[in-house]
Design a protein around this ligand. Structure first.
Ligand SMILES: *Cc1c(COP(=O)(O)O)cnc(C)c1O
Length: 399
């Protein structure tokens, strides 16, 4: 998954272009920047590569989600339906808008269960936010039907699935808006950064202004810009965008390596007795950044994890069920509504109610789930070695 594994001369060259002029900001300084506009260039490349009409870079993936919600008019008291298995950024962005995160079960796609989404809709629901976790996608057709029927916004968090597709369209370009993260461990990286993609001009224009204190970017210079609404500073810097520009040119190569490495590893994992794999609604669209598999029971999964640990080969294998960052079970700060500043009464109530909610369907899936991150730097020989070792260690542990 990580683009940082292939940091090289191309990244250094792009960054150096910026260092030569010293103009580290993406707006203004038209003369001194000598025609160097890395952020704009990266936005153009993103539109081209992923088939989005518009792209707005941000300082992080979390900022991209927050910006998308602001541009889509999601705010105080609005309910946003999100999955119980995701990264903490999902609820952070929702809460920061004053909106209410409504956590629901996942299914074997590892993201929103359409049934669970339907059951969670109330008159306050405004948005459905699938998170395309671990390189693959949600059942977007089913979610779109629900959105159309209830007039809800579809916001795709595609931060972990850069390069994945659904029925021929890039993940992140199918809903009303979608986001990528370019943080250091994502498929392509800027160091830190993110993007909002949309086909809706209004959402783009609002995102553009929101990320820069509400500047409309229509003035002859920054001082002459008007501020049609309140904004924030979620700008990316030219240095970060420069890294991303080198990385996006390598994306197709990264994806090809991921696919090859993933398939070799899978040929070993699929020999484990009783193993099954994550459901992929459009198998042709998997980005292959992870291989995600299930063992027949929680006990067996825990045994397998223990055995991998004992053999010193656990690295890169994620047992999310016991992980502090990605699953509802360990989000005590969320369930205790531990804001640093006062949360709204509605937010507090929804969050503390989570202490009594059960997510049995998600537990059933996550307690048997292991995701193996696919490295770009493994040699073919190393993958065969790794696969064979994992297979034998796990077979032995489960026998
Ligand atoms: C990484 C990530 C984010 C947030 O991205 P940052 O750039 O780290 O803020 C959001 N959602 C998911 C699913 C992620 O994996």
């Amino acid at each position: 998954m990580p683009g940082f594994e292939f940091f090289g001369d191309e990244e250094r060259k792009e960054v150096n272009d910026v260092l030569e002029t010293g103009i580290l900001m993406r707006y203004g300084f038209d003369g001194p920047r000598k025609g160097i506009w890395k952020s704009k260039e990266l936005e153009t490349e993103i539109c081209k590569r992923f088939g989005a009409n518009y792209a707005q870079l941000t300082s992080s993936g979390t900022a991209a989600l927050t910006t998308a919600m602001a541009a889509l008019g999601i705010g105080a008291g609005d309910e946003v339906i999100m999955p119980a298995f995701t990264f903490v950024a999902s609820f952070e962005a929702i809460l920061s808008m004053g909106a209410i995160p409504v956590l629901v079960d996942i299914d074997k796609t590892l993201t929103l269960s359409p049934e669970a989404v339907k059951a969670a809709i109330t008159p306050k629901t405004k948005c459905i936010m699938p998170v395309h976790m671990c390189g693959s996608m949600a059942d977007l057709d089913a979610l779109k039907v629900i959105c159309d029927e209830h007039k809800l916004i579809l916001l795709e968090d595609a931060c972990q699935s850069i390069g994945g597709t659904y029925k021929g369209k890039a993940l992140g370009t199918i809903g009303d808006a979608g986001t990528f993260s370019f943080d250091f461990v994502k498929t392509i990286t800027c160091g830190e950064g993110g993007v909002v993609m949309t086909n809706n001009k209004d959402v783009y224009v609002k995102s553009d202004a929101f990320t820069d204190h509400g500047h409309d970017h229509l003035g002859v210079d920054r001082g002459a810009d008007l501020h049609p609404f309140l904004g924030y500073n979620f700008r990316i810097s030219e240095l970060h965008a420069a890294v991303g520009l080198a990385q996006i040119k390598k994306l197709d190569n990264f994806l090809a390596i991921q696919k090859k490495n993933n398939q070799i590893l899978r040929s070993y994992i699929e020999q484990i007795q009783g193993v099954s794999f994550r459901e992929v609604p459009d198998p042709a669209g998997d980005s292959y950044s992870f291989l995600t598999w299930f063992l027949p029971s929680q006990t067996k999964t825990e045994k397998a994890i223990e055995a991998l640990k004992a053999e010193g080969i656990l690295a890169g294998n994620f047992y999310w069920y016991a992980n502090n960052w990605h699953y509802i079970r360990k989000w005590d700060h969320l369930k205790n509504a531990k804001g640093l500043y006062p949360l709204s009464v509605e937010q507090q109530k929804t969050l503390t109610d989570l202490q009594h909610n059960t997510f049995e369907k998600s537990d059933e899936i996550m307690s048997k789930c292991i995701s193996t991150a696919i490295s770009l730097t493994w040699s073919e020989e190393q993958i065969h070695e790794k696969g064979a070792k994992m297979l034998s260690v796990i077979q032995q542990a489960l026998s």
